[in-house]
Design a protein around this ligand. Structure first.
Ligand code: PMP
Length: 802
């Protein structure tokens, strides 16, 4: 195609945006989508955008497209958004809503009588932070998002994909006519970019991997939260079929905008990208030239548009000056150097290094079976997951598929949080010994933990696992009281050692019940003997403690300790009223028994209201045991107790663990406490947890097989039943659902004595968008299972039924 002397008249860049008033836009939303509400205008280069707030206070993006936009192209953009949501549900891409007529587009007539398409999208959270310098981990996260977008769109095709848009970097040579409008002083910079493009890129580009790409992944269109994680991806207006690497070039320009060291910032973004997708050599060769071409396009197109639309000058030229300065900066470094640096970053092994060819799933399974044997807990899911990488709330398998991790509570700060990783790496390269030497980290960690506990809990000892922590608590409790009996809830889990397995009815086989352990029912206000809607509700469960004491006494034992997980995770997830724990602890004390609050699973902010779940009841335990999330995956655990209890034990013995409380473990735990504080993760657990609970309750309205949704913060149980009348559990549905949700890219588990309660306990960095992905996936999987097996008890609710 011959280069045009200027953009074609049909190009939306050359056509005025629609100009409806906010009131007219609200009328349009009502007529086309049946929603009433109010609108406020948002910026746009060529469309008209409004934030539409419905009467039910839900926000949407109302987009009235430029009359010159081809309807087929808009349809392609809509389909692409749906496709991405299907391929990688964790990418927070805005989603189109259906019109009253059932399509995704409505039509309005503009002032000049031309037809303009109207679409309504979900309003994704976050802010466009295009004037702030991003942190290195945020740049890396952005880079990995760009690669995931490429992967998610890899198999997408649409007949309109070949449409021509000036922002497509392959059209760079066609920008040459726009040079005329550039003032003389800096024009040579852009001329050089165009020349280099002719020489180095033009002939190579058609040989590179190409597909439909977003083509505008910038800080204008990718929204971030307060800790600079991606929460929203909007504006698919530049989607086109071109070289995949262009998405990275465009992102690089945006992310080096406000940095003191653009090359280092680029390296970080590229590193995030290559942690997900390989960059081919040919792509690496031209990346820097594509970055320069993007900068040239920004200054040239802005210049040309200002002349056409002087009234929009402020918006159009906002970034033009920065683009010039970046061009000058790269020029001063010399362009070959820029090219060499970016090339090297592209071809360097990703920081999570690739060990080369991997065994197939079948081969690994067989080797695992032979080497690890059958006694170890089995693999999750019918088709096991072979995971290689984690990032925030996502994990990635050996084929690069992304999974939203709604199951693993250990990476409380998000998988591989850079701060925790750095703390571990730094300390490992300095020193790792044991607690028989003085070290500041272990003391500091103990002090910081004590500061979070109720008064009196002033002594901390470190171990390696939750089981060890509970084992030691048991030893100390029996030594202190001189008694040998224990009380636990009926399906509790407290550990894997001999002593803690005895405290774990979940693990008991028929003959493994120890005579010195008695059980009490968990405070199940849904299915158990005391229902939450009855007077006194689940609080009445505390009375069963006295029966357990009597049972122990009838067997010749007196109770040394009650062990309880304050959110009863293994029992089926219950958050009883505060009166329950208060009354339970009162009875514990009356019986001369000690109370061990096992926070191994529910601690570190998960409940949303407090750092430690027992705090919601305002009780003071004698022991608090910590583990799992404490090191975000690095083994570290602790027992917190009263000095008096530790002193009584010390009078005849002491405890030492070779690895427990070593400097590396302590640095990991300190970093976790820092991240929890600085990223406000406990608050996030509360806010996002509330959002998730309510969206799961909405799903429950559609499906009779959900009997109950319960929990606290980001520990949520979805109780699956044959029917709501009998509340009979259906573990088969839980099993089918966990597998099907995994196939759709969302990981959840199951719990409870019958295994029928879906266990949702994601890393606390979960966003509200990701929470929606969980509930939407559950909804869709229930729909599928109900359709596939009618009459199996997997039934949806007829409309309107409670
Ligand atoms: N207590 C509770 C409540 C737990 O959930 C667990 C682990 N599931 C443990 C103790 C034991 O922890 P670990 O596996 O680290 O030994």
């Amino acid at each position: 195609m011959e280069p045009p002397t200027r953009p074609s008249p049909a190009d939306p860049l050359d056509t005025r945006p629609p100009a409806f008033s906010p009131g007219e836009a609200a009328d349009i939303a009502e007529r086309i989508f049946g929603l009433t509400g109010s609108t406020s205008p948002l910026d746009s280069e060529r469309d008209q955008n409004f934030r539409f707030t419905s009467d039910a206070q839900r926000s949407f993006l109302l987009k009235i497209s430029n009359g010159a936009d081809d309807p087929a192209v808009l349809e392609m953009q809509t389909q692409a958004m749906l496709h991405i949501a299907h391929q990688d549900p964790g990418l927070p891409v805005m989603q189109p809503l259906t019109t009253l007529e059932g399509g995704y587009h409505g039509e309005v007539e503009g002032a000049g009588g031309d037809k303009q398409l109207v679409r309504l999208f979900t309003f994704v959270p976050g802010r466009a932070v295009d004037t702030v310098e991003l942190s290195p981990s945020a740049r890396r996260g952005f880079g990995s998002m760009v690669a995931r977008m490429g992967l998610a769109l890899r198999g997408f095709f649409h007949p309109a994909g070949g449409y021509r848009i000036l922002w497509d970097l392959k059209h760079t040579p066609q920008l040459r006519p726009l040079l005329e409008a550039v003032p003389g002083g800096r024009r040579y910079l852009v001329e050089q970019v165009l020349e280099r493009f002719e020489e180095r890129v033009r002939t190579v580009l058609p040989s590179l991997r190409a597909q439909l790409i977003h083509n505008d992944l910038t800080l204008d269109n990718v929204l971030l939260d307060d800790v600079q994680r991606v929460t929203g991806i909007v504006d698919f207006g530049d989607l086109t079929h071109t070289a995949v690497i262009c998405d990275l070039a465009i992102a690089l320009v945006s992310l080096t905008w406000h940095t003191s060291d653009p090359l280092e910032a680029s390296r970080q973004v590229i590193n995030g990208y290559t942690s997900i997708s390989l960059i081919e050599e040919g792509e690496a060769d031209v990346l820097a030239d594509l970055v320069l071409a993007r900068l040239a396009a920004l200054v040239l197109i802005a210049n040309w548009r200002v002349i056409r639309y002087p009234e929009n000058a402020a918006y159009i030229t906002a970034n033009q000056e920065i683009a010039w300065r970046l061009l000058e900066h790269f020029d001063s470094l010399t362009w070959p150097k820029v090219q060499a640096c970016m090339r090297a970053a592209c071809l360097r092994a990703p920081e999570s290094s690739d060990p080369g060819p991997r065994p197939s799933i079948e081969e690994l399974l067989e080797r695992r079976r032979r080497a690890l044997g059958p006694a170890l807990s089995p693999l999750s899911y019918q088709t096991p997951l072979h995971l290689l990488r984690g990032d925030g709330s996502h994990v990635f398998d050996h084929e690069g598929n992304a999974y939203l991790d709604a199951y693993n509570n250990v990476p409380v700060a998000g998988h591989c949080h850079p701060r925790v990783v750095a703390a571990i790496a730094e300390q490992s390269s300095a020193l790792n010994t044991n607690t028989r030497y003085l070290h500041e980290s272990v003391v500091e960690l103990a002090e910081r933990l004590v500061a979070t506990m109720p008064p009196g809990l002033d002594t901390v000892m470190f171990f390696n696992s939750g089981s060890e922590a509970n084992d030691i608590a048991w030893r100390l409790a029996t030594a202190y009281t001189g008694r040998a009996g224990g009380i636990v809830t009926a399906h509790a889990y407290h550990g894997v050692t001999t002593a803690t397995a005895a405290l774990s009815p979940e693990e008991w086989g028929d003959s493994e019940r120890a005579p010195y352990i008695a059980t009490i029912p968990a405070p199940d206000g849904y299915r158990g003997p005391h229902r939450r809607e009855e007077q006194g509700g689940a609080g009445r469960y505390a009375t069963h403690f006295d029966e357990a004491v009597a049972t122990l006494e009838s067997r010749g034992f007196r109770p040394a300790a009650l062990f309880a997980d304050s959110l009863f995770t293994s029992d089926g997830i219950f958050a009883p009223p505060a009166t329950y724990l208060q009354e339970l602890v009162r009875r514990v004390r009356r019986a001369g028994c000690l109370f061990v609050a096992d926070e191994v699973q529910c601690g570190f902010g998960r409940s949303g209201s407090h750092l430690w779940s027992f705090q919601a009841a305002g009780v003071a335990p004698d022991f608090v045991t910590l583990g799992k999330p404490m090191g975000n995956g690095h083994p570290v655990a602790a027992v917190v107790t009263r000095a008096e209890i530790a002193e009584r034990f010390a009078s005849h013995s002491d405890v030492f663990s070779t690895f427990g409380g070593n400097p590396v473990a302590c640095r990991a735990a300190l970093a976790v406490l820092d991240v929890l504080e600085q990223e406000g993760l406990q608050d996030r657990a509360r806010v996002v947890g509330r959002h998730l609970r309510s969206s799961l309750e909405t799903v429950m309205k559609r499906h009779r097989s959900i009997g109950d949704v319960r929990g606290a913060g980001l520990l949520i149980g979805v109780d699956l039943v044959h029917d709501r009348g009998t509340r009979r559990p259906t573990p088969r549905l839980a099993h089918a659902l966990t597998n099907r949700m995994k196939e759709r890219g969302v990981l959840v588990g199951s719990t409870g004595p019958d295994g029928n309660v879906l266990k949702i306990r994601p890393p606390l960095v979960l966003t509200t968008h990701e929470a929606d992905v969980i509930s939407q996936t559950l909804d869709a999987c229930l729909d599928e299972l109900e359709a596939a097996a009618p009459g199996e008890g997997f039934e949806s609710c007829p409309a309107g039924e409670p």
